[in-house]
Design a protein around this ligand. Sequence first.
Ligand SMILES: Cc1cc2nc3c(=O)[nH]c(=O)nc-3n(C[C@H](O)[C@H](O)[C@H](O)COP(=O)(O)O)c2cc1C
Ligand code: SF4
Length: 433
Amino acid sequence: MTTVLTPELTAHWDEPDSFTLAGYRRSGGYQALPKALGMQPDEVIATVKQSGLRGRGGAGFPTGMKWGFIPQGDGKPHYLVVNADESEPGTCKDIPIMLANPHAMVEGAIIASYAIRANRAFIYVRGEVLHVLRRVHHAVAEARQAGYLGTNILGSGFDLDIVVHAGAGAYECGEETALLDSLEGYRGQPRLKPPFPAIEGLYACPTVVNNVESIASVPYIVARGSDAFAALGTEKSKGFGIFSLSGHVTTPGQYEAPLGVTLRELLSLAGGVRAGHRLKFWTPGGSSTPIFTSEHLDVPLDFEAVGAAGSMLGTRALQIFDDTTCVVRAVLRWMEFYKHESCGKCTPCREGTYWIVQVLASLEDGLGSESDLDKLLDICDNILGRAFCPFGDGAISPVVSSIKYFRDEYLDHLARGGCPFDPAAATAFGGAR
Ligand SMILES: Cc1cc2nc3c(=O)[nH]c(=O)nc-3n(C[C@H](O)[C@H](O)[C@H](O)COP(=O)(O)O)c2cc1C
Ligand code: SF4
């Protein structure tokens, strides 16, 4: 059983100046950068490959391999884009990283840019989080003043500048190609792939898009070596990651642990499900990953085991729901989000999310019939694999998985002619009564 967390990115978050250059340096920050600049760019890529780091933005693609796809000697500018658009319900790790430890991301971005031979990097921050935006701007300015950005960084001959860009606030702009369109000034809708961003990304040039946490993990890997990172985690899911516990849990928050930790272990560190209640369902990786139940408390939270159990590790956003929660109502709330955020480019997702909300809303009111469950599954089936981007597949996850595990609860709404739950009891204050 894991009783020891592995605070690395989160280690100094409780220090009052953790977000400043001085605070970051005091905790060993900016020691990886001179080491990386003393290596050949390909050596840096090899180090990240050997560490086994896989993308922390949801899909888990190997980071070093992605960097290795950037063509060399092509005469085109290369770009690094840090995806800081974090907007999925339950996902809340990148914003705290940027608030408490933005320099880890900035140092990681400089090292990643050096490795892929990019002289310009972009950090695409979700625009609504103004305080985060200010902090990232401040960190970049501090790094520039200290000589970590600009020309001839630390005498290495490497030049880099970072542009911090505020998105207008759209979940779909976190999808990497929609993000690139948005960054270029267009409406944030996804592009057809291929070509992949590594070949034709920002301004049709080779581009790496990486999540904030992926990039922030790079200084650790370079400073401590790929073996130190690879020693943590499981066979194919290496290293540590931030697990965000929210909802009906005694001590919600960010728990940094090796991949492969279980929810049972994390809950024991977080004081358990809120007092007097039992676990009903949870998401392993945010609202776009199929829900789990108490049957899955011992599933190792790594990419393979979560996949084998029928869900996805996603962003390790563990939303905990206890027995006061109506699953139909929770799924309806998520679907209202997806309906609102659907970018509208493709018919299955644009129309399907609209109709799913209509059907779910009437079921929650106890209206309709059992055949509406088949209708819901049919609409989902017409989105799955038929939508233009992965948004569609993610959006239907809560619907399909909730019907799989809680069909009886849907039917109970119909039998009683309404919802059997008290919504106030499911709120944070409701549980305390
Ligand atoms: C609808 C949608 C929203 C996404 N939002 C984010 C996001 O906010 N942050 C993020 O890093 N990746 C997000 N992704 C995943 C990105 O497309 C991409 O896989 C990721 O940024 C790659 O970085 P990584 O390899 O470091 O994980 C989203 C994907 C989809 C389909
Ligand atoms: S699945 Fe289609 S409508 Fe939905 S977000 Fe992607 S492109 Fe837009």
